[in-house]
Design a binder for this molecule. Structure first.
Ligand SMILES: [Cu+2]
Length: 225
């Protein structure tokens, strides 16, 4: 049984939405649709029971005034683990990256991008042992943008989408991931070195303040050592 107490310390109404989890409407958190938004200073208890079909990688986010509130960072990742053991016991590394996007400089569409809240070169980098099997859980918390995530040096395998395991993992080099979508991928860290991990949509690799070094945004490195 999970209980999540949301205290609204914003100066605007909000709700908490769990897209992709098979929850009753009363717990879905869609403002003005499934519930009256929580006013500033108010609180709301969400509760649900975790079932085996929820095991996997999920997103949570604001369900009210979403273009503004998701843009300002009201989102995160909800991982549901099996009752025993781990979802990917073969993986030496089971890491997580959330794709973020913002509207800056007065833009009304997302024009700045990052991983775990930070654009390159401040996005977190990952160091993995040579020869290990690595799982990356990738969550697209952009509100408006598809992304085309690419890992250099390897072919990776898509294991699950939106928390649903694929019957047969699928090999790929570029992962198309829509807003709100999650993907679990696996690769073998069998080449030593510094691998770029980035979005292949080129203007997602350059935020508005990146004209000088021509690289930023949705880029980081995976170091195989
Ligand atoms: Cu992108």
């Amino acid at each position: 049984r999970v209980q999540i107490l949301l205290k609204n310390e914003l100066n605007e109404p909000t709700t908490l939405n769990f897209p992709g989890l098979p929850l009753p409407a009363s717990q879905l958190g869609i403002g003005d649709v499934t519930e009256r938004p929580i006013p500033p200073g108010g609180e709301r208890l969400y509760s649900f029971t975790v079932t085996p079909d929820m095991v996997g990688t999920h997103l949570y986010e604001s369900g009210t005034d979403m273009a503004s509130e998701i843009d300002q960072g009201l989102h995160g990742v909800l991982l549901v683990d099996p009752a025993r053991g781990s979802l990917y016991p073969f993986a030496k590394v089971d890491a997580l990256y959330e794709i973020d996007a913002w509207m800056v400089d007065g833009s009304t569409t997302e024009n700045a991008f990052g991983l775990d809240g930070k654009p390159y070169p401040n996005a977190p980098e990952l160091t993995v042992p040579y020869g290990s099997r690595v799982v990356l859980r990738i969550v697209n918390a952009s509100g408006m943008c598809d992304h085309a995530m690419h890992v250099h040096e390897t072919t990776f395998w898509l294991l699950a989408e939106d928390g649903h395991p694929l019957p047969v993992p699928r090999p790929m080099n570029v992962l198309a991931i829509a807003p709100g979508e999650t993907a679990d991928i696996e690769f073998a860290a069998d080449v030593r070195g510094d691998w770029m991990f980035h979005c292949h949509i080129l203007d997602h690799m350059m935020n508005p303040d990146d004209e000088v070094d021509m690289m930023g945004g949705l880029v980081t490195f995976i170091h195989v050592k």
